[in-house]
Write a protein of this length. Structure first.
Length: 276
């Protein structure tokens, strides 16, 4: 006889859960996540919120790991709510910090949701929007392959970023090999062969994978294949994606440059706020 993984009672042959226990567990997890988010947004009492969450954990037979995940999802939703305007105010940051100290969630769970890093990034954007460029809030192992100007500050570094360029190549379209006509044994005549028309084809070419550094003045890229920097002041177009950005510099012959494998929201906000 199998035992229910939620209540510990007999679940029947070849079964490890009761349907009712599973439903209660799922509902409790949803309630814990919703309560965690609501408490932060509405500034509810931290200790009372913690007690309610622990009650839901007990009622729903929620494991420690499930609890951390549910609370993390709630905190993440609250952070995303605060960042709807792309700025995390000091009051909002203080509210999140206060709950992080009392809610039942481990540092590992916070890291898994990327919450700590997201809060740091939001704090950086808030400072820059106020005209204050902070120094790097992280530790760098080794040396970066860039020579920064004395007057610029390093803000953030992304690793394993793909750099792609839009390239134009020529190809022939609508061509034909023609038709071979047999005149006599071993003698053929080919007729109607032509290359077709010559057209331009746009394509994205992966130039290399490397490091992107954001400073107070430039976006830098460094890889074994190429290294360069682009002043924010020269960027005239910027498209943002969840995992990257596309920029275009000033100039008639300039082509779109794409950086894939970084935080598009954060990078876009840095460039926009520092593009004077």
């Amino acid at each position: 006889m199998g035992k229910c993984k939620y209540c510990g009672l007999s679940a029947g042959w070849f079964r490890d859960e009761h349907k009712e226990c599973k439903q209660i567990n799922v509902k409790s997890l949803a309630d814990i996540s919703a309560l965690s988010c609501q408490a932060i947004i509405e500034h509810m009492d931290e200790n009372e919120t913690r007690s309610l969450i622990l009650e839901l954990q007990l009622q729903g037979h929620v494991s420690k790991q499930e609890l951390g995940t549910a609370v993390g999802e709630g905190i993440k939703s609250a952070v995303e709510h605060f960042l709807d305007d792309n700025v995390l105010s000091e009051q909002e940051e203080s509210s999140i910090d206060r709950y992080l100290k009392v809610l039942p969630i481990s540092a590992e769970a916070l890291s898994a949701f990327g919450l700590s890093q997201k809060l740091v990034k939001a704090s950086i954007i808030r400072s820059i929007s106020r005209g204050q460029v902070p120094g790097p809030k992280f530790t760098i192992d080794g040396n970066l392959p860039f020579l920064f100007q004395k007057s610029e500050k390093l803000i953030w570094v992304f690793q394993d970023v793909d750099y792609l360029e839009q390239r134009t190549r020529m190809e022939y379209q609508g061509g034909s090999q023609g038709v071979s006509i047999r005149i006599t044994k071993g003698v053929y005549y080919r007729t109607g062969a032509f290359k077709g028309r010559r057209v331009e084809v746009e394509e994205l070419k992966n130039i290399g994978t490397g490091i992107v550094a954001l400073t107070s003045k430039h976006i830098y890229f460094g890889a074994s294949q190429t290294s360069f920097k682009v002043p924010y002041s020269k960027i005239v177009a910027l498209n943002t994606y969840s995992d990257g950005i596309q920029i275009q510099k000033d100039g008639v012959r300039s082509k779109p440059q794409i950086f894939k494998g970084l935080d598009g929201w954060f990078t876009s906000n840095i460039i926009t706020n520092l593009n004077g």
